[in-house]
Design a protein around this ligand. Structure first.
Ligand code: HDD
Length: 683
């Protein structure tokens, strides 16, 4: 099989994968040797009631394959889900970088994106309080470029040598393997208190960012400072951002915990269904660019991965758009076997000396060797570049390429010294010739020692509701910590970020208020608050609570108007089947109160309250009240209004009823766009 086929826009990766994709439908069952099989239910035995025979090659092969089907899960980011798509740049970035895929606005580059949680194992619930991984593999004509980021722009630690310690502390405790996919335990917070550079990322992890509504509604960040290098060899520092076109939105913590039980696949289902429905998730690629001369013009070190560049100081330039438009055919072959690496770069993109990034450059290949079983994982279909690759590497477990000829070394005469090197002009990668010198030291740079200013910047930039959520998250997490000593250390540590935050948390967990002065940092960065994000009704799910005898014409008008705005109404009733309106209009029921739950929806439209059916009423009231408690928009017409009046919801913000149908619908759609009504929480 040759990879030397034409690189063809967005389809080049699909064309390549198609060669490896097989559809078994309608085919004869065979062994792996191609032998047709005549019986697959009974093993070969000596007599009907006798022992199974060693000779049964079909049994042996089937069982052996099964016995070996599991591979080690990722050491972190084990729980993930991925999709294919394409990326297109808006205008040539040649002023800053010679990267081929960032030059031509008419060119589509295939991508594969994997989203993940960090701490939990492969089967864990997706709504854990955690950072989310956001990894993108660009299959460019110059080789694969991987942007392996998170939905949080900073990291817990400044030096990769601490990564094993961080992960050991975060993962379930080794003596009893509790808790799963959660940071709310002693070892994590003990690590935090003893590694105070984590303060900034902890603020993000305790914020709404750590419980996103959807992979489609979260930002992505490359975190580190990288370099763009142009044709002339001039470099700029760059930070990468992904900005979702749907805006950045979250659920509330109580809801997150319930979703983990009701639908632990909530995020993957959301992504899968959106793509199947043609609601392709879109993200704009943003860059913050700094000239090398400006390296030291900030009150933080741009090499420090616990620091962001405030967008108000270094604006984010949106340079292109990524659209995810194809689900995988097989999760193991694609999502599980994909191997990302921050060191997979293309000419025009280079590294900085960020010590966290430098360490990552070692770790990712190393981990694939154990996870994917040897050095040939780049040959797996999902990992192959769409451009040809040739070198003198040979052999190893699972080698697939059949390299011809006796020569597998450089330099050689027998093969005219091929594969030959490419000059920089011909696309050969050359490392940026940064001048460095210094003594060998194991030390933290003095310029990395301010751990609290940006944590305070984050806190100062939050809305009242967001601050409330952060305070509750700390109180929850520390409330689960058993060691009072650790609790107190954390309270004292976050006293450096905000006295108000630490004092309220101390009170909630029975610790002493923090000592010391209030931080006098008052700087804010409005871009950090999700209150300032885009708000759209599109793809929001609305539970329509409804029973027989509804007002057919009116309900049809509302549902049609919702659908025009891209809202997805789903019918929830007492039992499955079909319900009929007073005028004969029929609706197919999608869920019952047993199979649906308010936490799986963005809003509620209540049309019926059961009209004398007390079981229906009870369940509808519970559903609506729970949605209300999670600050969701609620609309009601006709009998449904009873659910509001009985439960004192009718005059609260984001609760819509009354008026003629058109005005009701417009107001309800506006309410859905608002996402949540935090005012209910703070009044
Ligand atoms: Fe990492 C996986 C993101 C620091 C070592 N990391 C992994 C994934 C993401 C990140 C998104 C999942 C990739 C996938 O979907 O397959 N990691 C980050 C970010 C970091 C970071 C944004 C800080 C800015 N990571 C980091 C450090 C180290 C690692 C400092 C070690 C020195 N990360 C790994 C790993 C993983 C990984 C152990 C596990 C599975 C894998 O690589 O392929 O090598």
């Amino acid at each position: 099989m040759s990879d030397d086929h034409k690189v063809n826009g967005s389809n080049s990766k699909k064309e390549q994968l198609d060669k490896f994709t097989t559809d078994d439908q309608g085919k004869k069952l065979t062994t792996n040797q191609g032998l047709k099989v005549s019986e697959d239910e009974f093993s070969l035995k000596a007599g009907e009631r006798g022992p199974t025979l060693m000779e049964d090659f079909h049994f042996r092969e089937k069982m052996t394959h099964f016995d070996h089907e599991r591979i080690p899960e990722r050491i972190v980011h084990a729980r993930g889900f991925a999709a294919h798509g394409e990326f297109q740049v808006y205008e040539s970035m040649n002023k800053y970088t010679k990267a081929g895929f960032l030059q031509d606005p008419s060119k589509k580059t295939p991508v594969f994106v994997r989203f993940s949680t960090v701490a939990g194992s492969r089967g864990s619930g997706e709504l854990a309080r955690d950072a989310r991984g956001f990894s993108t593999k660009f299959y460019t004509e110059e080789g694969n470029y991987d942007l392996v980021g998170n939905n949080i722009p900073v990291f817990f630690i400044q030096d990769a040598i601490k990564f094993p310690d961080l992960v050991h502390a975060l993962k379930p405790e080794p003596h009893n393997e509790i808790p799963q996919a959660a940071s709310a335990h002693d070892t994590f917070w003990d690590f935090i208190a003893n590694n105070q550079e984590s303060a900034h990322m902890v603020m993000w992890a305790m914020s709404d960012r750590a419980i996103p509504r959807s992979f489609r509604m979260m930002e992505g960040f490359g975190v580190h400072t990288f370099r763009f290098v142009n044709e002339e060899g001039k470099a700029h520092f760059v930070k990468f951002h992904w900005k979702p076109l749907l805006g950045t939105h979250s659920v509330v913590w109580d809801e997150a915990q319930k979703i983990n039980g009701k639908d632990p696949d909530f995020h993957r289902r959301d992504l899968w269904e959106a793509i199947e429905n043609g609601d392709y998730p879109e993200y704009e690629l943003g860059v913050q660019i700094l000239s090398e001369e400006d390296e030291f013009n900030f009150d933080f070190d741009i090499l420090d991965p616990t620091k962001l560049w405030p967008e108000e100081e270094v604006p984010v330039k949106l340079i292109g758009k990524m659209t995810l438009n194809r689900n995988v055919d097989n999760v193991f072959a694609e999502t599980e076997q994909v191997a990302f690496h921050p060191g997979h770069v293309v000419p025009g993109i280079d590294f900085s000396n960020d010590p966290l990034l430098q360490g990552r450059l070692f770790s990712y290949t190393d981990t694939q060797l154990i996870r994917l079983g040897g050095p040939n994982f780049h040959e797996l279909p999902i990992n192959r570049p769409v451009c040809p690759f040739h070198n003198n590497q040979r052999d190893g477990y699972g080698r697939q390429t059949i390299n011809k000829g006796p020569v597998s070394y450089h330099k050689n005469s027998l093969a005219a010294n091929t594969p030959e090197l490419a000059t920089e002009k011909k696309g050969g990668y050359t490392h940026y010739q940064e001048k460095t010198e210094g003594h060998k030291v194991r030390a933290r740079s003095e310029s990395f020692k301010d751990h609290f200013s940006q944590a305070t910047l984050f806190w100062n930039s939050m809305s009242k509701a967001e601050k409330e959520h952060i305070t509750e998250a700390f109180s929850f997490e520390l409330g689960k910590v058993k060691s009072e000593f650790v609790q107190q250390q954390v309270v004292d540590m976050f006293g450096n970020v905000s006295k108000e935050l630490a004092t309220t948390v101390a009170e909630a967990i029975g610790a002493n208020p923090p000592q010391g002065e209030e931080s006098n940092d008052t700087k804010t960065s409005p871009a950090l608050s999700q209150e300032n994000t885009k708000k759209k009704p599109s793809t929001r799910k609305v539970a329509v609570i409804i029973d027989n005898d509804f007002h057919g014409a009116e309900v049809s008008q509302v549902l049609d108007a919702l659908k025009i705005e891209g809202v997805q109404p789903e019918i929830v009733s007492g039992k499955l089947g079909v319900i009929s309106g007073s005028d004969g209009k029929e609706l197919k029921v999608d869920h019952t109160f047993l199979t649906a739950d308010s936490v799986l929806f963005d809003a509620v439209y209540a049309v019926s309250a059961g009209q004398g059916n007390s079981a229906f009423y009870k369940q509808a009231a519970y559903f609506t009240k729970e949605a209300f408690t999670h600050f969701k928009p609620i609309g009601a017409t006709h009998h449904g209004e009873k659910l509001l009046t009985d439960n004192n919801m009718e005059s609260s913000p984001g609760v819509i009823s009354g008026g003629e149908v058109k005005s009701y619908t417009d107001r309800f759609i506006q309410a859905i766009s608002a996402h949540r009504y935090w005012e209910r929480e703070v009044i």
